[in-house]
Write a protein that binds this ligand. Structure first.
Ligand SMILES: Nc1ncnc2c1ncn2[C@@H]1O[C@H](COP(=O)(O)OP(=O)(O)OP(=O)(O)O)[C@@H](O)[C@H]1O
Ligand SMILES: [Mg+2]
Length: 502
């Protein structure tokens, strides 16, 4: 039985200046159905979401909710009508200066339940109920600004869930969640589906899509390019429809390292973890994988001079290397592409070229005067090479789509030669085709430096690395050459069921 559409979008159009982003989109959401919207970076997914959630105006088109015209003039109005959204930029979903409890009850404070305002006990009680429904175990008195990005994202999602939505829209909700947190989110989403909520789910992660999709709609350049409803779902067809081409296989030819570039001996990351040694050679790409919280970021930060190891030492090109600041690391040619670009990388109000040259201003400036020309040239080269969707290098960073911001973040560190390039979750929010391209670019430029990539998703490790190392409990527990890998052994190591070696 085919359900009536609860939510119907017809002929939706939107342009930013001369740039047409949505060229007449029709989309239907049905009660109790999860519709996955797939589209390459810059296809217009978040723009569509911002229109239906009352953030942006549309140029043309008609939207109906349960048969009634739906035309929200503000996010609050959309929420009151039962259309609830978790945005891609999660800072749009939480207020950093307030505590968790207040954030979870914020929309009621604003609305009719105004007496809540001066009753902190009741706020706490309501918030606890909301948190429990989500299975959220976060200190309700903590300030949002003190939480990790993943926790903040969970609060933004819980806040959205607190509304008893009729239509729920999730724009890349898992991009910075661990697999355990993503699993909790999936269960909540499935519960809402069972209760008859119409759900629109946007993601670049195939594992999310396979887990949740009842229907897939592909968007290409602001138009629907495919609808997939027949079971079993045609995932490959959906990817081809979103790209307008068949995707290239991510096969790589594994290379051996030339001379060692960075060597870490008996490195101990925490007082209780086992020391380990690590050598990164010239020309090779090494991926380190492992669950969230096993010490990947701690290792990245140790290599980049953000923190010091408990014990052990490092050498770079044979000379002692003990950076006490990121500046010292950069001066020695050790660069880090940090994860969570919104937190650690971009300045939204700066334009693309200013964002790219930010860490290198000292290097590219002459007698303290930055050469605007060389800044812009560097930026243009990276935009072309990484396929950043934008009008020019003068575009403000905040006007780029999420995945394109990510490409700029990576491109920044490719503008200058490095000895060791470290990338922490470089593929966050990058579409599958751009991910293959980015991996190929990193491999093609890898000669002459050592490249270390931290990834949680195994597919990403397979697509980029010559060697794959596994981390567990803040130490290295496995090593694999990326050819004829014993996947069972690899998975067991990730799960922490390894034999202690060395
Ligand atoms: N406020 C804005 N001003 C100008 N251009 C914008 C603005 N917001 C979005 N755009 C442009 O609209 C296009 C679509 O962006 P959108 O964020 O909708 O893409 P997306 O499909 O969500 O991509 P991603 O997968 O990378 O998140 C991009 O080219 C982007 O630069
Ligand atoms: Mg987006």
């Amino acid at each position: 039985m085919v359900q009536e559409a609860v939510f119907r979008i017809e002929g939706l159009r939107k342009s930013f200046g001369p740039n047409q982003v949505l060229g007449g989109v029709d989309l239907e959401l049905r009660a109790g159905v999860i519709t996955v919207l797939m589209g390459a970076n810059g296809a217009g997914k978040s723009t569509l979401v911002r229109i239906v959630s009352g953030v942006y105006d549309r140029d043309a088109g008609r939207i109906t909710l349960a048969g009634q015209v739906f035309s929200p003039s503000s996010p609050a109005e959309a929420i009151r009508a039962g259309v609830v959204t978790v945005h891609q930029n999660i800072n749009d979903g939480v207020v950093a200066d307030l505590d968790v409890a207040t954030n979870l009850t914020l929309d009621r404070l604003n609305g009719r339940g105004a007496p809540l305002v001066f009753n902190p006990r009741r706020v706490r009680r309501e918030a606890a109920a909301v948190a429990a429904r989500m299975g959220l175990s976060i200190d309700l008195t903590a300030r949002i600004s003190d939480l990790s990005l993943a926790d903040r994202q969970m609060v933004a999602i819980a806040r959205a869930m607190a509304h008893e939505p009729k239509v729920l829209i999730l724009d890349e909700p898992t991009s910075s969640l661990s697999s355990a947190e993503a699993e909790r989110l999936f269960q909540v989403v499935e519960r809402l589906r069972a209760r008859g909520v119409a759900i629109l789910y946007i993601s670049h992660r195939m594992s999310d899509i396979r887990r949740l999709a009842d229907t897939i709609v592909s968007l290409r350049d602001g138009r629907i390019s495919g609808i997939f409803e027949d079971q079993p779902l045609d995932y490959e067809g959906a990817v081809n429809a979103m790209l307008g081409k068949k995707i290239s296989a991510g096969d790589i030819s594994v290379r051996a390292a030339t001379a060692p570039v960075l060597h870490a001996a008996n490195l101990q990351l925490t007082p209780t973890s086992r020391p380990f040694s690590l050598t990164l050679g010239g020309g090779e790409v090494v991926a380190i994988t492992g669950l969230v919280g096993v010490g990947k970021t701690a290792l990245a930060e140790t290599l980049f001079g953000v923190r010091a190891p408990v014990s052990g030492g490092m050498t770079l090109d044979g000379a002692d290397y003990a950076p006490r600041s990121t500046r010292q690391a950069i001066e020695r040619g050790v660069f880090l592409v940090a994860k969570d670009r919104g937190e650690n990388g971009i300045v939204p109000g700066f334009n693309i070229y200013e964002n790219i040259s930010l860490p290198f201003l000292k290097r590219i400036s002459n007698f303290g005067i930055t050469s605007r020309r060389s800044e812009r040239d560097l930026a243009r080269t990276q935009i072309a090479s990484l396929g950043v969707v934008c009008r020019s290098e003068r575009d403000e960073m905040s006007t780029l789509s999420g995945g394109n911001q990510q490409k700029v973040m990576v491109g920044r560190w490719l503008t200058q030669a490095s000895r060791v390039l470290i990338l922490d979750e470089p593929f966050q929010g990058v579409d599958i085709s751009a991910r293959r391209d980015l991996a190929a670019k990193l491999r093609a430029s890898a000669i002459g430096r050592a490249t270390l990539v931290f990834v949680t998703e195994l597919d990403e490790a397979f697509e980029i690395a010559d060697r794959i190392l596994v981390m567990s409990e803040h130490t290295l527990v496995g090593e694999h050459r990326n050819a004829d890998i014993n996947v069972d052994k690899l998975l067991a190591e990730i799960a922490g069921q390894h034999q202690m070696v060395g």
